[in-house]
Ligand binder design. Structure first.
Ligand SMILES: Nc1ncnc2c1ncn2[C@@H]1O[C@H](COP(=O)(O)OP(=O)(O)OP(=O)(O)O)[C@@H](O)[C@H]1O
Ligand SMILES: [Mg+2]
Length: 478
């Protein structure tokens, strides 16, 4: 199919609420382009077709590296139907944020950097008087480690009214997950509607889900109007409070509660990253190249301590306290156990601010041993009796809780898993004791601790490298 005698459609790239997008070739300039052919349902109304032309002309004036350039706009006549409007734009290579999100939430620095890049584009378009109105993951393409292209400027405005008639709802073209309260109310809209959508987008990039979800579009819209968003840190404790504060402000129900403009929100986000010593992107307006913190900063970041409460740190703290309790209570009647349990408890407390996972590995060992010894004694002296069954049930419950906690935790459930493994380790203690080879048990504990230190360090170093761009590179361009 050739549109306007010039644009040859080669391959369908995707389908959205407003039409289909094709990869095409501009025969005149001999270059690859992307062509959005609008659906016939939207093409009936001559007024909205005219508005589409106007908005496309306005959006074509945008000139920014993070905005997909509009090359042309036109209408393809149809013998028995209304003419179909189409938009010719820059062909962008990469993956949309919607595609990237299928692989799970992004590392915090990557999510914030992507949001900063989108805010750069919005700052430019707002300065030119253009509100996007449909900021969402499928309208943003990742083109490189820290670079994005925002798609579909001007389209949502052109068809807002037509969509209202078609869908019968306020402004609902596509998903309502990113609609601001004023868009839902049909009130006057300004650039702050985009900032609200940016709050929703950042929430999703960090947690894998938009702030408001529901069974129906109306349930979601109702929440946009009346519900408080679930704090990002509850879904992902690693998100720094400063980043969470930016999201909450962007999600203000009243536009006055939000940032005054995209530049202000971008600055707040960049500051939030700097405070947490993660790398920030440079503005995509021309400027010096992005600086990455050097080795020393990376090392500092790797061993950065955090006092944020989480399920894992609560589990680790419990392990430390129990370990100290075991030492005091003389639960295990061997000369070295008391000292070992105290050392493990104290070491667990010391390492807790750096890594809950390591703290778990250190502190739960003696607890597991104490449980094993006592259950063994009870089994030996009393036989398979009530108290032994009770201890076994308790162990099973602890193991189940640890497993559930590990499954629920988005990233660092390993601490709970280690606690689970320690509960399980208790069972092999019997055999080692019977064989008079208890030193193997201690060897095992030490190995787990060493493995955990290496695991934690390697993962942090790798994450550090990932936030320096590897993560993006790992995602395949289309
Ligand atoms: N300029 C472009 N370059 C390359 N691929 C594009 C371009 N524009 C869109 N696409 C691809 O086409 C797909 C469909 O885009 P489209 O805008 O039609 O759908 P959408 O964003 O999901 O919904 P909506 O119609 O609400 O915007 C996108 O997900 C993207 O993969
Ligand atoms: Mg789109």
């Amino acid at each position: 199919m050739v549109l306007g005698g010039r644009y040859e459609l080669v391959e369908k790239l995707g389908q959205g609420g407003m039409g289909t997008v094709h990869r095409g070739v501009d025969r005149r300039l001999r270059r690859t382009v992307a062509v959005k052919l609008l659906s016939s349902a939207l093409a009936h109304d001559p007024q909205s077709r005219a508005r589409f032309q106007r908005e496309a002309h306005a959006a074509a004036a945008l000139n920014h590296p993070a905005v997909a350039t509009i090359h042309d706009v036109g209408e393809e006549p149809h013998p028995d139907d209304d003419p179909r409007p189409y938009l010719v734009m820059e062909y962008v290579q990469g993956a949309t944020l919607a595609e990237v999100l299928r692989g799970g939430p992004l590392p915090v620095a990557d999510a914030v950097n992507a949001a900063c890049a989108v805010l750069d584009a919005l700052r430019h378009s707002h300065e030119c008087g253009i509100v996007h109105r449909d900021i969402k993951p499928s309208n943003i393409m990742l083109t490189g480690p820290d670079t994005v292209k925002v798609l579909d400027f001007g389209i949502a405005k052109a068809f807002a009214e037509t969509a209202t008639r078609i869908t019968g709802s306020g402004a609902a073209i596509g998903t309502p997950a990113y609609l601001s309260p004023e868009q839902i109310n049909g009130a006057e809209i300004d650039h702050r509607a985009d900032l609200y959508a940016m709050g929703c987008l950042l929430h999703e990039l960090l947690t894998g889900q938009p702030p408001f979800r529901g069974e129906s579009p109306f349930a979601v819209m109702h929440q946009h109007l009346f519900a408080a968003p679930e704090p990002v840190s509850r879904l992902r404790p690693q998100v720094p409070p400063a980043v969470e504060a930016v999201i909450l402000r962007a999600l203000g129900k009243d536009p006055k509660e939000r940032f005054a403009d995209a530049g202000q929100m971008r600055e707040a986000l960049a500051d939030a990253l700097t405070q947490t010593s993660m790398p920030t992107v440079q503005a995509t307006t021309p400027g010096p190249p992005a600086t990455r913190p050097g080795g020393r900063t990376a090392l500092r970041h790797t061993f950065r301590i955090s006092l944020r409460p989480s399920t894992d740190s609560a589990l680790a703290l419990l392990g430390c306290l129990l370990s100290l309790l075991c030492a005091r209570g003389r639960l295990v009647d061997t000369a070295h156990f008391g000292w070992l349990a105290i050392a493990a408890g104290v070491l667990g407390l010391v390492t807790l601010p750096w890594s809950a996972r390591l703290s778990c590995a250190v502190s739960w060992g003696p607890v597991a041993e104490a449980v094993a010894v006592n259950s063994e004694l009870r089994r030996a002296y009393i036989g398979w009796y009530h108290s032994y069954v009770a201890i076994a049930a308790l162990l099973a419950m602890a193991a189940a809780c640890c497993l559930v906690s590990a499954a629920r935790s988005q990233e660092r459930g390993a601490g709970s898993l280690i606690a689970f493994w320690f509960s399980a380790t208790a069972s092999i203690w019997y055999f080692l004791d019977d064989l008079h080879k208890l030193y193997v048990f201690y060897l095992l504990l030490s190995l787990v601790v060493v493995a955990t230190v290496s695991w934690e360090t390697v993962e942090r170093v790798r994450h550090r490298a990932g936030t320096g761009g590897q993560h993006w590179k790992g995602r395949p361009p289309r």
